[in-house]
Design a protein around this ligand. Structure first.
Ligand code: AMP
Length: 249
């Protein structure tokens, strides 16, 4: 079985985001970019399934600027076999991403697509669900455990107040949650080897997908600054402040 893992290049999770002065979006100039953390977890899960003898090939795909090749090389250095870069200049919305991924699925026929549950830049949490719908496949989202057996995949999902396990017939779409696994670091020899692994370049037009935006961003704002906390000297003082200042008692 082949596993397809879509990986997105996003602003590194350690970077403090700067909003552009005109509020039109986030400033990406000279900002460190990395693989979306949930996608690292997806790559790791695919590699573990391959290492357990349940898959033969792990193919990673990214839709984005030419620099997304770096993100794909990171996935190849972790252990993925092959990469596909769908090059675009503009940011692409989840529906168009899902349509492009559908085209790749039709060309590659994977048994499983493992995506992140969300990309940390737009927090859309839509692509996996849309892809499953477009393909007419079952989906197990927010996976914290994945078990493959007999043409089925059991996905344990993190839901409010507990865990739910669903059984999905293959081929299927899975999206990863934070606790599924801890992604490996790529070793230096593997980083060197990844430079020689195959990377195919395509465009959205090759899949007949129009990527024009359907949404218009009206405004982007920084969150309101939190005011500093205070230390209280006693429980009595705390109760007094809660009553008289915070007004919550
Ligand atoms: P989203 O629906 O945008 O929150 O993204 C959910 C998941 O879809 C991500 O974790 C990736 O696995 C995948 N994805 C979204 N955008 C892209 C992209 N441009 N290239 C590759 N994969 C993507």
């Amino acid at each position: 079985m082949k596993i397809l893992v879509p990986v997105k290049r996003v602003v590194d999770f350690n970077v403090k985001i700067r909003v552009k002065p005109d509020g039109s979006g986030v400033d990406l100039q000279n900002v460190k970019m990395s693989m979306n953390p949930f996608d690292e977890i997806a790559v790791e899960e695919a590699l573990r399934l391959k290492e357990a003898g349940k898959a033969e090939e792990v193919v990673v795909v990214s839709i984005g600027p030419a620099k997304a090749e770096e993100t794909l090389r990171t996935a190849l250095a972790m252990g993925a076999d092959r990469a596909i870069l769908v090059e675009t200049d503009d940011a692409v919305e989840p529906l168009a991403i899902a349509k492009i991924l559908k085209g790749i699925v039709e060309a590659e026929s994977p048994g499983l697509v493992i995506l992140g549950k969300q990309a940390i830049d737009d927090d859309s949490n839509q692509t996996g669900q849309m892809l499953a719908a477009l393909l007419g496949w079952g989906q197990g989202t927010f996976a914290s455990k994945v078990e493959l057996a007999d043409g089925q995949v059991a996905v344990t999902r993190e839901i409010d107040g507990g865990l739910q396990t669903v059984s999905v017939r293959l081929p299927a779409v899975i999206t990863t949650d934070l606790r599924l696994n801890e992604p490996r670091y790529a070793s230096l020899p593997n980083i060197m080897k990844a430079k020689k692994k195959p990377l195919e370049k395509t465009t959205p037009a090759d899949f007949g997908v129009a990527i024009a935006a359907r949404l218009r961003i009206l405004k982007t704002e920084e969150p309101v600054r939190r005011i500093a906390g205070v230390k209280v000297g006693s429980v009595a003082e705390l109760v007094d402040k809660l009553k008289t200042e915070a007004g919550v008692l």
